[in-house]
Design a protein around this ligand. Structure first.
Ligand code: SAM
Length: 291
């Protein structure tokens, strides 16, 4: 992982900025709006405004990046209950990403009250105040997650925000998501922007139930997952359910949580070639090209 990338702020449609990763060939956020995505794909689907009445809330921010998802979460929680004690663990491989977000003053156009806390987290990787205990674990999330498990940390909300599955398959595998499910409280919610069938199958394989979050800007919905009853989550449409019966639903696998992206992609391709599931192109023709 290179930390010498020259992250230049890119304007998105809601007036907030994001970075573009040369290494992963992708923007860190949707071009429809980086700030909007943090609220609508992460803070809202994990129902933080509703759970903010609790005395303590624990958040696990997987792929902390610029810190937008944590920022949106803190704003949402403290707007409802300023005395809620929040514990945050962020996982991020590249420490210069959150630092560059602060150096470029990217929270200025959020009119954000808690930039000082995020700045301390970016540079010192630790914040302790009367209502926030936050730690940024720097390293491959596949290793850091095991540390989180050992701490017995049980999150009320998990934000799963890696680059897309084809670019960063190692953080969308059945095995990694199993590790995440161990850190999710029985009543907690995991949210991700992805609606990829492979991601949804991995969430199901990890023993979670899934729901669909409304599309925001992008044409596609996101996904919310939990232990327990799927009926408590916004249901998948008939097309989304059928998507899970096609080849696209073969999940990524990484048995030892240590394979390269290339190996993980190849392993899935092999499995897709030999499976008897319907080709996804046929599903697409039925549900998407006809609309
Ligand atoms: C889509 S961006 C996340 C955006 C972020 N959530 C935000 O709100 O700004 C993906 C992030 O994952 C980080 N990343 C990539 N591979 C990783 C890995 N194996 N472990 C932990 N973080 C990783 C990248 O450095 C990048 O910051």
């Amino acid at each position: 992982m290179s930390d010498i990338e020259d992250f230049t702020p890119n304007l998105t449609a809601d007036g907030s900025f994001t970075f573009v990763s040369q290494e992963f060939g992708e923007a860190f956020h949707s071009h429809y709006g980086a700030k909007q995505e943090s609220f609508l794909k992460f803070a809202v689907p994990t129902q933080l405004a509703k759970s903010a009445h609790k005395p303590i809330l624990r958040l696990l921010d997987v792929c902390y990046g610029l810190g937008y998802n944590t920022a949106a979460a803190l704003e949402t929680i403290w707007a409802v209950n300023p005395s809620c004690q929040v514990e945050v663990i962020g996982l991020e491989i590249n420490p210069s990403v959150p630092q560059k977000a602060i150096a470029h003053h990217l929270f200025e156009n959020w009119d954000y009250k808690y930039t000082k806390l995020l700045s301390q987290l970016a540079f010192e990787h630790q914040v302790q105040t009367d209502r926030l205990q936050a730690t940024l674990l720097i390293g491959d999330a596949r290793n850091s997650i095991q540390q989180v498990n050992q701490l017995g940390f049980l999150a009320d909300a998990i934000f799963l925000d890696p680059f897309s599955p084809p670019q960063c398959p190692q953080l969308w595998t059945v095995e990694f998501i199993q590790q995440l499910s161990l850190c999710l409280h029985n009543n907690g919610l995991l949210a991700t922007y992805s609606c990829a069938a492979a991601v949804r199958t991995a969430l199901l394989a990890a023993g979670l139930v899934i729901g669909s979050t409304p599309p925001v800007g992008r044409r596609t919905p996101g996904t919310v997952a939990a232990h327990g009853e799927a009926s408590a989550l916004p249901p998948l449409s008939p097309a989304e359910k059928e998507h899970l019966l096609t080849r696209a639903a073969i999940p990524y696998r990484d048995p030892q949580l240590s394979d390269s992206a290339q190996i993980i992609l190849m392993r899935r391709e092999q499995e897709q070639k030999t499976c008897s599931l319907e080709p996804t192109s046929r599903w697409r023709k039925r549900w998407i090209e006809d609309t």
